[in-house]
Design a protein around this ligand. Structure first.
Ligand code: CO
Length: 298
């Protein structure tokens, strides 16, 4: 009996050493000199009031990682230059933000995009992260990882559809539709909007996805409204911030805004000019994406 127990204990000890060894070998356990940082990357916005959406995402990350340095960068050079000139606000590019972190002695960095789709902006960001990751020696990081944008896996679309339903479900029903204005892109990631529409059709009928610069366009939205027999429309930007597109192309007073066009067609139109980043469930989703990566890095 005694010797059997001894063998058992020995076996358990040996197995636990084996279990720990790979983790040590990969250096995944933080050592004393590791300095961790998170870089939250947004497209950016030139509209000061719209910045609350980005701040909400940033704050959610800071709250989830109170002991980690959190920095912010914008991927849009046009917006960075515009706000530097007009608002005296200097926001780094991802490359400059990473160079700064490296220079300040940070060794492990996780980059979290706030973009909705893995389109052009995400591709450009990935190029920067890949390039920086390839730097060995004293000018490189020990580890740098790029996390995912909002819509990648089918579950992400289901999550997004459920979040939209909880936030705007009260605006659909008999003769009522919610029209989401996404950005749209010539990049093949534009297919994300059609995938979101399918996810919404399943869990939140009455939601219609359109885009300003891609497919589906307003034309497809109008066809769906007719098919639904809708009379009342609530316009909502499906963008992180309610910036120029939401304020002007969606809800603006000009005759070519979605609001004006649909109003002229006889719909009763309301617009909710709020960025998705202001939604705490969207912020939680960004934090969840981050947590899926930081567990392996920090
Ligand atoms: Co645009």
């Amino acid at each position: 009996m005694k010797s059997k127990l001894f063998v058992c204990i020995c076996f358990a000890v040996v197995m636990s050493v084996f279990a720990v060894m790979p983790a040590l070998a990969h250096g995944h356990h933080a050592v004393a000199e590791d300095k961790n940082a998170i870089l939250v990357v947004a497209f950016g916005t030139s509209v000061p009031e719209a910045r609350v959406a980005l701040e909400n995402l940033e704050n959610a990350v800071r709250k989830a990682y109170p002991d980690t340095e959190v920095r912010v960068a914008y991927t849009s050079n046009i917006i960075r230059r515009k706000i530097a000139k007009e608002q005296n606000l200097v926001i780094d590019t991802p490359l400059i933000a990473l160079a700064r972190l490296q220079d300040e002695g940070y060794s492990k960095v996780v980059v979290q995009p706030t973009h909705f789709i893995p389109g052009e902006e995400y591709n450009d960001l990935k190029a920067v992260v890949d390039a920086v990751a390839s730097i060995p020696g004293k000018y490189g990081f020990t580890e740098i990882v790029l996390s995912e944008p909002m819509l990648v896996h089918q579950q992400d679309y289901v999550d997004a559809a459920m979040i939209l339903k909880r936030a705007f479900g009260k605006y659909v029903g008999k003769g009522r539709a919610v029209v989401l204005m996404g950005h749209g892109t010539p990049h093949f990631a534009n297919a994300a909007y059609a995938q979101l529409q399918l996810a919404l059709d399943k869990v939140a009928p009455g939601f219609i996805v359109g885009t300003v610069e891609g497919f589906p366009s307003l034309e497809e939205v109008q066809a769906r409204l007719v098919h639904m027999g809708a009379r009342k429309v609530t316009l909502v930007p499906f963008m992180v911030v309610a910036g120029d597109h939401a304020q002007n192309d969606m809800a603006g007073p000009e005759e070519d805004s979605w609001k004006s066009i649909l109003t002229a067609e006889g719909y009763k139109v309301d617009a909710i000019v709020k960025g998705m980043g202001e939604n705490d469930e969207i912020a939680a989703k960004v934090v969840k994406k981050l947590q899926a990566v930081t567990g392996d890095v920090f």
